[in-house]
Ligand binder design. Structure first.
Ligand code: NAD
Length: 251
């Protein structure tokens, strides 16, 4: 049986991380050729590239190289992001920390769309390509445990994705924002094992009573990347265990 992404070329940024790596695996399983992009060497993928996605020249060169080596580009998963400890309350966050987070989380998405989408537009047919930008559930709701630049950057990713979805809708390129809820990563598990109160403070807001897995998020990305979502663009796609829909949760 042919995979859902047979013959497609996908570029995944933040490919060495939890959600990125799970998505590379899901895309490959469905028949795509996947380029794994990360700051670090050793990201998974059929081709792996070490690129800082905040650098315009490097991003432009990267897409040029992929198109040249693989012939075409069909899917962009712009997913690299950071969430450092020194991004916290607006009262305590320095301008330097604010800017660092904006650069990685929002500027990089702008650059990857600016230099990636022209390659998608160059494809033939009604379905020229799909772009999935990683925002977060904090793009649609506020947290008292603030990470102010992170939240603002994800709000930016959401609005940018919506606008691009509208702009390119009649040219066969779909753009959607993926909004994951909290994911059970090794880092998060370690943090919350040390501080169960902090974990409970968050878990009480999740109707399902647990964090998601990277694989569950990757399944959402796969749907947005494939032609199964061919009537979806400019959407806010929540994969959050029900968080954004909840007022009171079950005990
Ligand atoms: P992660 O830290 O495991 O992976 C992020 C990857 O991005 C890392 O491998 C890192 O090296 C890479 N990266 C960072 N800066 C880069 C740069 N300048 N150039 C290239 N690569 C760079 O994080 P994750 O949990 O897999 O998160 C992936 C995305 O999902 C992020 O955008 C994050 O904000 C978002 N998100 C995560 C969660 C969660 O709970 N984990 C929830 C909502 C949204």
């Amino acid at each position: 049986m042919a995979g859902r992404l047979e013959g497609k070329v996908a570029v995944v940024t933040g490919a060495a991380g939890g959600i990125g790596a799970a998505t590379v695996e899901a895309f490959r399983r469905e028949g795509a050729t996947v380029v794994g992009v990360d700051l670090l060497d050793g990201a998974p993928g059929d081709l792996t590239l070490a690129v800082d996605v905040t650098e315009e020249f490097a991003v432009q060169q990267m897409f040029g190289r992929v198109a040249e080596e693989l012939g075409h580009i069909d899917i962009l998963f712009n997913n690299a992001g950071i969430s450092p400890d020194d991004d916290a309350s607006v009262l305590d966050t320095t301008l330097e920390a604010w800017q660092r987070v904006q650069d990685v989380n929002l500027k990089s998405v702008f650059l990857c769309c600016k230099h990636g989408i022209p390659h998608l537009l160059a494809n033939d047919g009604p379905h020229r390509g799909s772009v999935i930008n990683t925002a977060s559930f904090v793009a649609v709701m506020g947290a008292a445990t603030s990470q102010i630049s992170y939240t603002a950057s994800k709000g930016g990713v959401l609005a940018l994705s919506r606008e691009l979805g509208v702009e390119f809708a009649r040219r066969g390129v779909r753009v959607n924002a993926l909004c994951p809820g909290p994911v059970d990563t090794p880092l998060l598990r370690e943090l919350f094992a040390k501080d169960p109160e902090r974990a409970a403070r968050r878990l009480v807001h999740v109707p399902m009573g647990r964090f998601g897995t990277a694989e569950e998020i990757a399944n959402g990305v796969l749907f947005l990347a494939s032609d199964e979502s061919s009537f979806m663009t400019a959407a806010t796609f929540l994969v959050d265990g029900g968080i954004a829909g909840a007022y009171v949760t079950p005990e």
